[in-house]
Design a protein around this ligand. Structure first.
Ligand code: BGC
Length: 367
């Protein structure tokens, strides 16, 4: 009973806080520096690195901050820069600073679980953002349908190979980090499309390797070795735009870029430019704003002490428990739909259409 009253009071306060923010010049007031957001409770967010994808350094923090600011809720967003002990240190700091909700993108499930366990022991609600922490037991999971992401990549590669009239192409697979559950799901998705092609003899299965920590430099080395061992590779399933760009850089050295279709994911500026120049076949656009908004929405409810019902769930393959989830829908992007990513406001024309890309943008209807 009392709890309900406190929650109601918090909602009232929040409404008052956001009205005030709307009346003013919102960017400064809505940062929730403590006075207006204090009764709701602070939220901590730990992002993984800034090297494996453009998103963690710029897109996710931008959209998350905007969502919390709009609600007048104080948020502390930090990035572990690929360092697992730094990840733990950030978590310890957030827990002792009294966050009410902790949202993480783990660097691997083991260290992620250690952090979730500590948070739970301190009575803090937890959200797995984008990556499920196996056996982690977070209160919620917010992500995209990651098997669907992989399926779009597999179908994309098939489409590009078909357009090129490739006959019995050797296909190489460059998977994401073996410690990232998403990489497992992406692979499940694209293999569900490619395996029947291998089985029927339409395609020939080539080298298939994971890239530790999604490291782009290692990806280039791995692909260079793949190509040395099998110079007949005619298509590459690369699990994200960073890995795709590493593959393209190796193909360029042999003037094979544009002749061997390469997939990607994340609709990064670099990935979209590689698509415009014809070096990359497709990418998968995941509207990070939707993901950030959904996660912030849940975090804000938890910070207010409310429980929010969601309609989806995933089964943690290690613990077999069901985790309430929000899973968003990804979209495949080809040369003729690069413009859709710009229209959605994810990438601006100024970022994309630089130098030689200006003409390619015009030719492909990017405005
Ligand atoms: C994310 C991708 C990202 C990759 C590397 C995955 O868990 O879902 O969007 O490209 O990690 O950071």
């Amino acid at each position: 009973m009392r709890k309900g009253m406190v929650a109601l009071a918090a909602v009232g306060l929040m409404a008052a806080g956001s009205t005030a923010a709307c009346g003013g010049d919102d960017s400064s007031e809505s940062s929730g520096s403590g006075s207006s957001g204090s009764s709701i409770g602070k939220v901590g967010v730990i992002l993984p690195d800034t090297a494996s994808s453009q998103r963690w350094g710029s897109d996710d923090p931008k959209f998350l901050k905007a969502a919390f600011d709009a609600a007048g809720v104080t948020v502390d967003i930090q990035n572990a820069q690929g360092d697992k002990s730094q990840f733990q240190t950030i978590a310890d700091g957030m827990i002792s600073s009294g966050v009410k909700v902790l949202m993480i993108v783990n660097l691997d499930s083991g260290t992620g679980k250690a952090v979730l366990d500590k948070a739970k022991a301190a009575g803090i609600a937890t959200i797995d953002y984008d990556r499920l922490t196996l056996n982690g037991g977070a209160n919620y999971y917010v992500s995209f349908d990651n098997t669907a992401v992989g399926k779009l990549q597999g179908e994309g590669l098939v489409k590009c190979l078909t357009d090129m009239k490739a006959s019995k192409p050797v296909v190489a697979e460059l998977n994401g980090s073996p410690t990232d559950n998403n990489a497992t799901l992406f692979k499940e998705g694209y293999d569900s499309v490619l395996k029947p092609k291998y089985d029927s003899g339409d395609y020939v299965k080539g080298p298939d390797q994971s890239v530790p920590d999604w490291d782009n430099a290692q990806a280039a080395t791995i692909f260079e070795q793949m190509l040395t061992q099998n110079n007949k590779i005619k298509g590459v399933l690369a699990a994200n735009d960073g890995l795709g760009n590493a593959v393209i850089s190796v193909l360029k050295k042999q003037s094979l870029n544009g002749k061997v279709p390469v997939t990607g994911q994340d609709a990064t500026v670099q990935g979209l430019q590689n698509i415009l120049s014809g070096d990359q076949c497709m990418t998968v656009y995941k509207a990070i704003k939707q993901e950030a908004d959904a996660a912030a929405d849940l975090a804000i409810s938890l910070a207010k002490g409310e429980k929010k019902d969601v309609t989806q769930s995933v089964t943690d393959p290690e613990s077999n428990s069901s985790v309430p989830a929000v899973l968003l829908t990804p979209k495949a992007i080809y040369k003729d739909s690069v413009k859709d990513v710009v229209a959605d406001g994810f990438v601006t024309k100024d970022q994309l259409c630089t130098g030689d890309f200006a003409k390619l943008c015009t030719d492909n209807g990017v405005s």
